[in-house]
Design a binder for this molecule. Sequence first.
Ligand SMILES: C[S@@+](CC[C@H](N)C(=O)[O-])C[C@H]1O[C@@H](n2cnc3c(N)ncnc32)[C@H](O)[C@@H]1O
Length: 210
Amino acid sequence: MHKLQSLERKVAEAIHWIEDFVFERRYQLNCSGYIENRKLETIHSAALPHSMAYQAVTCAAIRELIDEVEKTGIVFDHFIDLGSGKGKACFYAAMRFPFRKIIGVEFSEPLVEIARDNAARFGAENIFFVNADAASFCLPPGNNLVFLFNPFSESILKKFLESNADRFRQSRSVIAYANDQHRLCLARAGFVTLFRNQDTQGSLHQYITG
Ligand SMILES: C[S@@+](CC[C@H](N)C(=O)[O-])C[C@H]1O[C@@H](n2cnc3c(N)ncnc32)[C@H](O)[C@@H]1O
């Protein structure tokens, strides 16, 4: 039984690897690699100790969250990736839904440059990458689908939520959180969990007023 489960897991991993390979090849994207957090180059030095490593999300992880959020029936204006790295989540989102605007927020300039090169090859005119600390990023007005792939610690997330509290109150925005290590921070800020998969640790959260 144990051997069968282990074999199933290996087959699933191989399928995910092939899917990611095909996705990146199809759009000529360079999203590969792993960069330890202490090796990330950034001018936002105060945020560096709170950063996680760079690693691209898998298509499977973001697909699960987009499939679930579609069930809410909310029409989103923007897709925002906080800690966008080389941009993979933004390109996947663009492929799945005609967002008016897609913004990747990344605090490491070299990663922003790679994401912009990827965007030129991907060929969409509504995808933008900005070099900023997510803690001080202001959401645009409208319904935002805010994506996080475990980018940083609770303190950055808390600052982002505090400075965008009005935007969340005034819209039907949703936070899609892959590898949701600091999801309790969202509950403390007044968000309810719309969906969570305990196995993948992906979840969706929405601010509920009243
Ligand atoms: C796990 S990677 C996720 C990359 C991308 N979202 C994806 O799914 O492919 C986390 C990214 O967050 C970035 N990051 C960490 N702290 C940040 C901060 N305070 N503001 C903006 N980006 C940050 C890192 O440089 C890294 O590229």
